[in-house]
Design a protein around this ligand. Structure first.
Ligand code: TA6
Length: 306
């Protein structure tokens, strides 16, 4: 079973403008969408769209607007079991997209969890997650210290689960230190971890020494990965981009689909690219269409990085 653990989910309010966002002007909305946010929730939503891969979405949710969050889960037919935080709301992310391209993401800090709330999550993990399950963990909510996050990772490893993290900053550093099974930093996050002007694949290699199946996401330039001491870059074809919000999360979903189906790292990366290159062609945060896959697959380019 795959468990996506989103300690701080979001409800995305995605706004497409008639023009480009301009200060001191009434910026007219052309279209608007509501979708999931907070990364691991996207993995569950996309696994449901792929079909055939049982998964459960869990984490914390605000009691006050739980009905709206559940209505979006239901749109994706997601199997979910969240721990409610009384008297709080699941945060909102506002994503504003210019008609000429480019977007702005404005996100609330979100849930504040107590020690009692954290204990409920730890108990949930101990009672439900079994050896060989896959756990995909997102950025902690307020009230989760870095060391609480380290404890959560270690708890999942004690359950002998496959642990994947879609996190950044100090949480990414902990995930790498704890040698989890999968992380997907982007180029900027790697440069933050390892400042300096050495080539990105050499910096990336320092992560691979602790997390062998790590992937470096490169946006529209695809993904960098390592197989038997050689580095490869998988590059998707150019597609008609509606919104790149959630593209990295979609990559994680495709990669995890590959892990669950026993694919090797090259095929896991391929599935990650299929899902992320499909996602950007759609308006909301975690929508894909399998009809997009044939063109992407037929035009995917893979080359060795020297
Ligand atoms: O990666 C896309 C996304 O999950 C959006 O859906 C939006 O919810 C935002 O990122 C949340 O980012 P955060 O890092 O705060 O969890």
């Amino acid at each position: 079973m795959i468990y996506t653990i989103t300690p701080n989910p979001a409800i995305d309010r995605i706004v497409y403008l008639e023009g480009d966002l301009t200060p001191e002007k009434n910026n007219i909305i052309r279209e608007k969408y509501v979708d999931l946010g907070g990364k691991p929730t996207h993995v569950s939503a996309i696994l449901e769209q792929l079909g055939g891969t049982p998964n459960k979405a869990t984490g914390f949710s605000g009691e006050l607007n739980k009905a709206e969050l559940v209505s979006i889960f239901d749109k994706y037919h997601m199997n979910h079991e969240f721990i409610d935080i009384p008297d709080q709301r699941t945060r909102e992310s506002i994503i504003v997209i210019n008609s000429s391209g480019g977007s702005y993401m404005i996100t609330e800090r979100g849930l504040k969890v107590s020690d009692n709330d954290k204990e409920k999550m730890y108990s949930y993990i101990k009672e439900n997650i079994r050896p060989d399950d896959i756990a995909v963990v997102g950025k902690p909510a307020q009230g989760f210290s870095v060391e609480d996050f380290r404890y959560l990772i270690r708890l999942l490893k004690e359950q002998n689960a496959y642990v994947a993290c879609d996190v950044a900053e100090e949480y990414l550093h902990v995930a790498i230190e704890e040698k989890i099974d999968f992380v997907k930093p982007n180029k900027h996050e790697i440069n933050d971890l390892f400042p300096g002007d050495e080539p990105i694949h050499q910096k990336f290699n320092r992560i691979c020494e602790k997390v062998p199946n790590a992937v470096c996401s490169l946006g529209s330039e695809g993904a960098l990965y390592k197989v038997e001491n050689r580095f490869y870059q998988a590059v998707p074809p150019e597609v008609n981009v509606q919104s790149d919000t959630g593209a990295g999360d979609a990559f994680v979903a495709g990669y995890i689909y590959g892990v669950a189906n026993g694919f090797d790292i090259s095929d896991r990366v391929r599935w990650g690219i299929l899902c992320s290159a499909s996602k950007v062609q759609h308006y909301s945060s975690c929508q894909i269409n399998k009809d997009d896959f044939e063109f992407i697959e037929n035009n995917l380019k893979i080359h060795e990085v020297i």
